[in-house]
Write a protein that binds this ligand. Structure first.
Ligand code: A3P
Length: 316
């Protein structure tokens, strides 16, 4: 794919829609229900089927993120916490399968091949995931008492991570990705609308939506893992804390351990467009911290895009 020319060097960056190069087209994104969906990979029909047919149960747990925000890590933690009484760390399925195989996506997996799959045989609690924004979730999820765990990350680190991840598809520069991101024309973007939807719900319904940050999980993995377990209804007992179970789970799900498991080093998810599981593990570091939003005022994607573009123009 041809690299795109960036306008970021100019002193008056133009982010009007008419000036937009077709990032969306090049990445195979379709604007659907207000967000940019990677429709080559996730047909909008699978989203419609999910919205129409999925029946949430109160015990369900749903892992939500934007791509590159820490989805794989969070899935490994959720799976291990919830199944710790069924599997030890030496016989957990995570030793032979990538976390994405153990917690499937609604839209990219379950409803992609079958518009109304039978999910009734999955043992409780059922673990699912999605990159969809809150507004696009099936109504049954919003009506139920199920738990949603959302993870986000500093957008700059997401941009860099996206750029490296999509090298198997394109050769765009990090500036191209930044520009695309600022336009909101990125997988499941705009970023701020996505994060804000879940942030607002975590404030409104704190026992149903947990808002996590990659940076906080990295900084204090033990405290955040305990917070996660408690929210999921699988809190660690005093005995487990004393005997080091939390630390063992944190170590098992750490970047260095997961990336070296055979399934992640050499495996590939069947039928996935991602050529190798290795791509889910790059450097696993925090380069920039994300700030906690205090209110939802002024949290609009256009405003943030403008600020970022002005900063870049100022610095160049
Ligand atoms: P980097 O590219 O910055 O290294 P996702 O799972 O949402 O696709 O996100 C991928 C990002 O999470 C990548 O970031 C990847 O390296 C990082 N990652 C994967 N597993 C991790 C883990 N166990 N701990 C910390 N970061 C992890």
């Amino acid at each position: 794919m041809e690299s795109k020319k960036s306008s970021l060097g100019s002193s008056t960056p133009d982010i009007s829609p008419s000036a937009a190069p077709s990032y969306a087209y090049a990445l195979g994104l379709t604007q659907f229900q207000g967000f940019w969906i990677p429709s080559r990979h996730v047909p909008t029909s699978s989203i419609i089927s999910f919205q129409k047919y999925f029946q949430a149960l109160d015990e369900d747990i749903i892992v939500v993120s934007k791509p590159k925000a820490g989805t794989t890590w969070l899935k490994a933690l959720v799976f291990t916490i919830v199944n710790r009484h069924s599997y030890t760390l030496s016989n957990t399925p995570l030793n032979s399968a990538n976390p994405h195989q153990l917690i499937p996506f609604f839209d990219a997996d379950l409803y992609k091949e079958n518009p109304n799959p039978d999910l009734s045989k999955i043992s409780s609690p059922r673990l699912f995931s999605t990159h969809l924004p809150y507004s696009m979730l099936a109504d049954s999820i919003k009506r139920s008492n199920c738990r949603i765990v959302y993870i986000t990350r500093n957008p700059f680190d997401i941009i860099v991570s996206l750029r490296h991840f999509f090298r198997f598809i394109d050769d765009w520069s990090v500036e191209d990705y930044l520009e695309m991101f600022c336009r909101g024309e990125e997988p499941y973007g705009p970023f701020w609308d996505h994060a804000l939807g879940y942030w607002n719900m975590s404030v409104e319904k704190p026992s149903n939506v947990l808002f996590m940050r990659y940076e906080e999980l990295k900084e204090d993995s033990v405290a955040q893992t305990k917070r996660l377990a408690e929210f999921l209804g699988f809190a660690f007992s005093m005995e487990e804390e004393k005997t080091g179970v939390v630390n063992q789970i944190v170590d098992f799900c750490s970047f260095n351990n997961l990336k070296d498991l055979e399934a992640n080093k050499t495996g590939k998810i069947p039928r996935s467009i991602i050529p190798s599981n290795k791509l889910f593990f790059r450097s696993g570091k925090v380069f920039r911290k994300v700030h906690r939003p205090q209110t939802s005022d002024g949290f609009s994607s256009g405003r943030v895009a403008n600020i970022i573009l002005r900063l870049i123009a100022f610095c160049s």
